[in-house]
Design a protein around this ligand. Structure first.
Ligand code: CA
Ligand code: CA
Ligand code: CA
Ligand code: CA
Length: 198
């Protein structure tokens, strides 16, 4: 997690996330467009951030409107953005966008082994679900659900058999109940209430 956050901060410095003065802008290396290619129905812009002529950002655009009309005359929207934050040619951050330009899903490779370990899901710009592979094995072992940005439920596969066996329920961000699946059908059979001070 830490490595990605550090890399993200670095990427922000390089691409200039947020506002910045024109002076800082002038000293910053610009992202350079290396080329545009078609992949299936998507047009992909390849950008180089670190000046080595290898792409580190890939922007996928899809074309809206009537398919009878040539692509060039149709509006295009960015559907996906891939970023290689540590410049090893593997994508570490993949963002999926809706037609309004909002991120709806974000996949992250937290340990830079070319496998995504975490997926965040957004609705109207608000996080409502986060999948995490705590063993960095690619399959989620913890899935968190949020209500109004507060943790509401945490589902865990604690023995790595691919089935949820423990569910924690939260109210106002506090753990109130734990359900455990004893017979392996993926549904909890035993519930424990978590009282005050418990
Ligand atoms: Ca590069
Ligand atoms: Ca990478
Ligand atoms: Ca990984
Ligand atoms: Ca399990």
């Amino acid at each position: 997690m830490r490595t990605l956050i550090v890399a993200l901060a670095g990427a922000c410095l390089a691409i200039g996330c947020g506002s910045s003065s024109s002076k800082a802008e002038a000293e910053k290396p610009e992202a350079q467009l290396l080329g545009v290619e078609m992949r299936g129905d998507a047009e992909v812009e390849k950008l180089d951030m670190n000046g080595d002529n290898q792409p580190d950002i890939w922007k996928y655009y899809i074309f809206k409107g009537n398919k009878e009309i040539p692509k060039e005359k149709r509006p295009k929207v960015m559907a996906r953005k891939d970023l290689d934050l540590n410049f090893d040619n593997n994508v570490d951050l993949r963002q999926h966008y809706n037609e309004q330009g909002q991120v709806v899903r974000e996949e992250m490779d937290l340990d830079f082994d070319a496998k995504f370990d975490a997926v965040d899901y957004y609705a109207d710009g608000t996080l409502y679900r986060r999948d995490m592979a705590l063993n960095f094995g690619g399959k989620p072992s913890v899935v968190k659900f949020y209500n109004d940005s507060k943790l509401a439920r945490k589902e865990r596969d604690s023995n790595d058999d691919g089935k949820i066996d423990t569910i924690e329920y939260y109210e106002a961000g506090k753990l109130v109940r734990v359900g455990v699946d004893r017979d392996g059908d993926g549904r909890p059979d035993v519930y424990t209430e978590v009282g005050e001070g418990g």
